[in-house]
Design a protein around this ligand. Structure first.
Ligand SMILES: Nc1ncnc2c1ncn2[C@@H]1O[C@H](COP(=O)(O)OP(=O)(O)OP(=O)(O)O)[C@@H](O)[C@H]1O
Ligand SMILES: [Mg+2]
Length: 309
């Protein structure tokens, strides 16, 4: 990938108190988010939680009810969509049906009167392994192939900020994993800022530097993939990222380094440093792969210990 020829640097994205109300429905509550330049940021959440709406606000396709959007430190809240340094790959990948694949990919470059639009478009198509179909029309391609063209079309413009709305949704698992690696390479090669929306937790966890888990129009938790997996702050996050065994009960004792939680008569000892709350009703989460059943008392102290009823 000849990143140098296209290189532009990524930009910070900042969302401040962002809110979006549709008639009778608030899709985005109060979104505050800073995405550092050059990072790969994943917005992860269930269907209907407001991911696409967030991207549409950033792209300027939707006007926020309140709050502001800054790109590279510049307030773009009232800047027109086409004047923002942003490209979007949408969930539905509308290509121009009357143009060839090559013309579709070269379109943005040609519009900006860039001299080597065609070679660059070929290069972007090679990246998504579709250069051999450059002269076909979109309707002669499969859904997954069209999705890869849409990706090539966005990447070729080297926007400071690339918004990706489930860009790999139509691909089979093998191609999806391969494209995930390609996307990650493109991003680190050119240092663009990627805001990637997905409801595939594995995709978010393997690709992103930072993951934000969204639930009902608000961010429930944000951090590195490891942080979210190791220390989910809510039951929603624990269940959305991988699987977790959750037990709810009251804290009956708390000392400097551990707490005892009574789960319907069964007492569980948990390390205090991993707890969010130290009194009242709490929920304990145990990842299945971290459970070990022992027939005798262990010599080392386990993280969590069942003391028996
Ligand atoms: N124009 C609109 N008018 C009213 N409600 C809307 C409008 N657009 C979106 N919504 C609602 O806002 C919520 C968030 O929608 P959004 O498209 O952002 O979800 P999403 O997180 O992208 O979901 P998915 O994973 O299914 O794509 C949904 O409940 C949706 O019905
Ligand atoms: Mg969506």
């Amino acid at each position: 990938m000849a990143g140098g020829a296209f290189a532009s640097s990524g930009a910070d994205l900042e969302l401040v108190g962002l809110q979006k109300r549709f008639p009778g429905f608030t899709a985005i509550e109060n979104l505050n988010l800073t995405i550092p330049a050059g990072s790969f940021f994943a917005l992860l959440g269930p269907s209907g939680c407001g991911k696409t709406t967030t991207l549409r606000l950033v792209a300027g396709l939707e006007e926020p009810t309140a709050g502001s959007i800054l790109i590279g430190g510049k307030d773009v809240t009232s800047t027109k969509s086409f004047q923002r340094p942003v490209n979007t790959v949408f969930q539905s990948y509308a290509l121009f049906p009357h143009m060839t694949i090559l013309e579709n990919v070269a379109f943005g470059l040609k519009r900006r009167k860039i001299a080597d639009a065609i070679p660059r478009a070929h290069e972007a198509l090679q990246l998504v392994e579709l250069d051999h179909l450059a002269h076909r029309k979109p309707q002669q391609l499969s859904g997954g192939q069209q999705q890869r063209v849409a990706l090539a079309r966005a990447v070729v413009n080297r926007p400071a900020l690339l918004l990706l709305d489930e860009p790999l949704g139509a691909l089979d698992l093998k191609l999806r994993r391969q494209m995930q690696l390609e996307l990650k390479d493109i991003q680190s090669d050119v240092g663009l800022t990627f805001l990637h929306v997905t409801h595939d937790q594995e995709e978010a966890m393997t690709m992103a530097d930072t993951v934000a888990v969204m639930n009902k129009g608000a961010i429930e938790q944000m951090g590195s993939p490891e942080e979210l997996y190791e220390l989910p702050r809510t039951a929603f996050v624990a269940n959305f990222l991988g699987q977790s065994n959750l037990f709810t009960g009251a804290v009956t004792e708390a000392s400097a380094d551990s707490m005892i939680v009574d789960i319907r008569g069964i007492k569980i000892q948990v390390p205090r440093r991993r707890a969010q709350r130290h009194s009242g009703e709490v929920t304990i989460g145990v990842r299945p792969e971290k459970l070990m059943l022992l027939t005798s008392e262990p010599t080392t102290t386990p993280g969590l210990k069942v003391l028996g009823p």
